[in-house]
Every structure is written in structure tokens, then in C-alpha cells.
Write a protein that binds this ligand. Sequence first.
Ligand SMILES: [Zn+2]
Length: 309
Amino acid sequence: MLTIGIDVGGTKVLGVAVDDQRSTTVLAEHRVPTPEGGVGLLDAVADLVAVLGAQVGAPAAIGVGVPGLVDRAGVLHMGPHLRHISNLPLAARLTEHLGLPTVVDNDANCHAVDEALVVTFGTGIGAGIITGGRLLRGANGFAGEPGHMVVEPNGPPCPCGKRGCWERFASGTGLGRLARDAAHGGQLDAVVDLAGGDPEAVRGEHVTAAARAGDADALAVLGDLAHWIALGLANLVNILDPGVVVIGGGLVEAADLFLPEVRSRFDRLVMAGGQRPELPIVAAALGGRAGAIGAGVLAAGGAGAVGDG
Ligand SMILES: [Zn+2]
């Protein structure tokens, strides 16, 4: 079945065309900037479906992964990084607008279809938790939001309205914030140069670019990032005891720069780190496309149920 999977991120919306017989082969892909507001999001998804459909033919179904609280009817209740969107019946609107069966789920749950247990580090942090072979959804379908567990009660404010959430420190956005703090403290000259000379313009990608060039200050900030990632993972692993942790999301492109440090810090932070079996912590094999591909696979599996509704 030819389907289109769409991964809505905090900065971009990525669409891929996949065939569920060959689910990891991307037949075509296209991306647009993340718009503001519900109407903008519906238009962006419709545009991606039109562009990809023109390249590969009409799809049988659409799957959409969004970073936020999505219930089982495909209603997006809120997304901390999606401004001016709340209580949007995304699945129903898209099904009506596109004339195609459409399933909508949390973006990290879309990763979990192919990858078992995933924590996604992008603009924010999400998680797909598989337990007993089934996705843990919770009473309302809202389970798996570790990005908003508080790791620093007096920490910086979060778009969710609380303070000191994990994703303020350990996401792509968190990396930029850690780097700006260091830059304002008079460090990170090479990174500030890459950002055009303004410490406030420093983003995560400037840090990873400088680190790849061997800059010691940039590598130190990635060490801080590794600490925060490891701290949150240790908390989650103490609760869930998974068999594998898969790291996904936009930060995975730089995983080689921080994953070894995450590994060693995790072993010190998790309960009984020296005594428990070593837990594999690996980067998602599908890289930054895993969420969109997973959404396409979900669409192939869920099309019948949604179409019947
Ligand atoms: Zn939060």
C-alpha cells in the first residue's frame, strides 16, 4: 500500500512517500517550514500530500505524527511547540479535506512502530514506550511526555508553562540555550563567530559545526548536553527498565558527538549502574526520517479502522 507519512516538527514539516512492503525505502520526500495555527498546519499537510502525490501517484492513506498530546480520535489537544493550536480535530479535518483515510498520532509513537522504545530529541523531547509488546498510551493517550518531567525546579521557563523541564536542557533547543549561556559568560568564541558574532544568535547547529572542527569549548557544551540527556534517561530507565533505548529526532544527526559521553554518564547515574546488564543506547537507524516513515507505516495499518469511522 502506498502511503504518505508526515512528521510535524517544531521548525519543519517533513513528508515521505513509502510503500508498506518496503517500509524503510523512501520513494519521495519534501519538507516545508512549520506554519503557525491550525489552518496553516492543515494547508501545509495538504500541500505536502499534493507535491508527493504528483511524484509517486495517489496514496491510499496518510499518517501524521505531531509533537503534542494527541488522543485516540486524532484530536491534537496541545503541542508546546505548535503555536496557536489547541483542540484541533486533525485526523477528522484531514480525512474530510483530502478525501483519504488519515491517522494522527504523537510523533514519538510514530517512531516506536519501527524502533521499539524511542526517545526523540528535536525541538522538544518525546517518547514512544513499548511495554509487553504494546505501545503504552495511558488513560487518555497522553503517555510518553518525558520532555516535561522537571529536572531543575528553579530552571528556565518552558513553553508548557512550567519551569525546568528536561527538554529545556536536553533537546536541540536546550543545546542552543546551554550554548548561549556559555557565550554570555565569555566562552565559545568560535561558536559565536559561526553565529555571525551575536551570542543571542547561537543555535545548536553552530555548536555541532564547531565541535566537528575540534573546538574545545563547543565539545564542552556537548558534554553538558550529554549530562542532561543521561540524567533524564537514567530517570526513565529506573522506572521502565527497557531492553533498548533508541535515540531519534533531529539531534540524532550529531549523535556521534555526544552518545559516547551519554553512555558513560548514564552508567554512573542509573540505579545500580555497575550491577545491571548493559542497556544498549543506540541512534535510530532511520535517522531524521524515522518519524515520517513511522507515520506512513501507521497509516497503512490504521487506514481501515479510520476509514470505517
Ligand atoms: Zn515543559
